[in-house]
Design a protein around this ligand. Structure first.
Ligand code: AKG
Ligand code: FE2
Length: 514
């Protein structure tokens, strides 16, 4: 269970924390009282034992003393024993409470993704690190700051995920903040060197390591790495594999395969998320807002749907008031029970967990409850498309800085596409992306090629065709969900498949054939 990938579920954790704090306080109060009572016994008993130690023989020879000694064991020590047992028992209960919580709630494994989330926010939105450290994000300040250890952790995990610039920046921050000798500048540089090497920048790694070796000439790890760099750089003929010992955090010196295109795309994605491009209506005069009746569909004639065009080519629109608040709340409530980590398509069409999609999702069938059924009918009315091949409703809740990096909703290998029940439904011809809440900051949907964003507005939905009328995937539909900055993002997808839509697509939202 990973806690950084869904903010909705974190709320329960916060509530539990409050309960635990007050229980712990009660526990301490009770214990302090119990300890006071034990202390009284100890005071009294110590007086006696002091007396005894001064003249043990004499003391024990006296019958009254003998009597008291027996009495103390029969009464006093029993009471002390009882008090101690009580003390342990109440402690035991709380210990059990806490260990149960620890099993259920965030653990060490959640810390890295959470730290990665903070790093992602800084990088994607180019936030000021000074402000971020102070707890200030886009002008909204929590009175909580980030400390030296947090910065060091963010630096380390950036190194591990090959973000060497981030690694360097956060390490430097940590160094600036640190007051003691928890780690040194050279340690930070060692991390950076390995990161550079993994990204294939051996010359840079070599230079840093050479510098480090001047100060620590017999460091095995540095020497091992140096041998490796020299070998790869052609300065050494033979590689002695046994010399390559990499820092504990780096079990294998794995060389990262740089994909220039992917990195360029991420740069564009970051810029779109940052709002460096004008909003659609400011780009084109041809974009319209209108009331839509889907060719006079009788149901829409009574209550036309509000449409805003976001892009002409490909045609992307945002519908407003698609779903009412009550239905939204029902869907979110049902989802909370079922959220599990969102997957992306991996090798052999299997679902795998990837950093590119940090959210949790739940799935519902049309007939699971009325809100879904109503929504499906509504979408069918609005688009004219047949419900027959709508995929199950997917509800997503994003986590700390949760995002979904650029992707296509259609599959590039339609031959692998089959519904659960085995029916051949074809590729995802269209997407209806619903927003189930307003996001305070961030979480916009970015379309990479036309460079436009859609803003999550509760109850609205973005709609587009993923395929050309020919059935071929339309690469202009590549899109992403920008990291959530402040708040929590709930979105929901209804994907429409090709089969059954053959005669329906001719509706007004159809884009020109290619
Ligand atoms: O949440 C968003 O804005 C986009 C989500 C998306 O593209 C997807 O789930 O396929
Ligand atoms: Fe998508």
């Amino acid at each position: 269970f990973d806690w950084a990938s869904s903010v909705a579920q974190l709320k329960a954790v916060a509530k539990t924390e409050q309960v635990l704090v007050s229980r712990l306080q009660n526990f301490i109060n009770n214990k302090t009282e119990e300890l006071g009572r034990i202390q009284n016994y100890v005071d009294a008993l110590r007086k006696v034992s002091d007396k005894i130690s001064s003249s043990k023989e004499e003391y024990i020879s006296h019958p009254i003393n003998q009597y008291h000694l027996i009495q103390r064991f029969a009464k006093e020590w029993t009471k002390v024993g009882d008090l101690l047992q009580m003390f342990n028992e109440t402690g035991f209960e709380l210990t059990q409470n806490i260990s149960r919580m620890r099993k259920l709630y965030p653990t060490d494994n959640d810390l890295n993704p959470a730290a990665a989330g903070i790093e992602r926010l800084q990088r994607v939105y180019e936030l000021s690190i000074d402000e971020l450290i102070e707890g200030n994000v886009k002008g909204i300040n929590t009175r909580n700051s980030i400390n030296v250890n947090d910065c060091f952790l963010i630096g380390k995990i950036s190194c591990k995920s090959f973000k060497c610039d981030a690694c360097k920046i956060w390490m430097q921050r940590a160094l600036k903040l640190k007051a003691d000798e928890t780690f040194t500048n050279d340690e930070a540089l060692a991390y950076e060197a390995v990161c550079r090497a993994k990204r294939g920048n051996l010359t840079h790694a070599f230079a840093i390591t050479e510098d480090l070796l001047t100060r620590d000439p017999f460091n095995d790890i540095l020497l091992g790495n140096m041998l490796y760099y020299r070998f790869v750089l052609g300065k050494l003929n033979i590689l002695y594999p046994c010399f390559i010992t990499i820092k504990v955090d780096y079990p294998h010196l794995f060389i990262f395969h740089k994909d220039e295109n992917a990195e360029d795309e991420i740069k564009q994605y970051n810029q779109i998320c940052q709002g460096k491009f004008k909003l659609p209506h400011k780009v084109s005069k041809n974009l319209r807002c209108y009331l839509y009746t889907n060719k006079n569909d009788p149901r829409l004639r009574i209550k036309p749907v509000k449409v805003e065009e976001l892009c002409n080519s490909p045609h992307i629109v945002q519908f407003y008031d698609v779903i009412n608040n009550d239905d939204i709340e029902t869907i979110k409530k049902m989802s909370k029970k079922h959220l599990s980590r969102a997957l992306v398509t991996g090798p052999n069409n299997t679902g795998i967990v990837e950093d590119i999609r940090t959210s949790k999702v739940a799935w519902f069938k049309k007939n699971d409850f009325t809100a879904v059924k109503k929504l499906y009918t509504r979408i069918s009315e609005m688009t004219g498309l047949s419900e027959e091949t709508f995929e199950d409703l997917q509800v997503a809740n994003y986590g700390l800085a949760g995002e979904y990096q650029p992707h296509f909703d259609y599959t590039e290998d339609p031959s692998i596409y089959k519904r659960e029940d085995g029916a051949e439904v074809g590729n995802r011809i269209a997407t209806m992306l619903l927003y189930l809440n307003d996001v305070k900051e961030g979480g916009r949907t970015a379309f990479i090629e036309p460079k436009i964003v859609a803003k999550p507005i509760k109850g609205s939905a973005v709609f587009w065709y993923n395929l050309y009328p020919s059935g071929l995937g339309d690469p202009r539909t590549r899109h992403a969900s920008c990291p959530v900055v402040i708040g929590n993002k709930w979105a929901s997808n209804v994907w429409v498949h090709e089969v059954q839509q053959e005669f329906k697509r001719k509706c007004g939202l159809r884009q020109d054939a290619d």
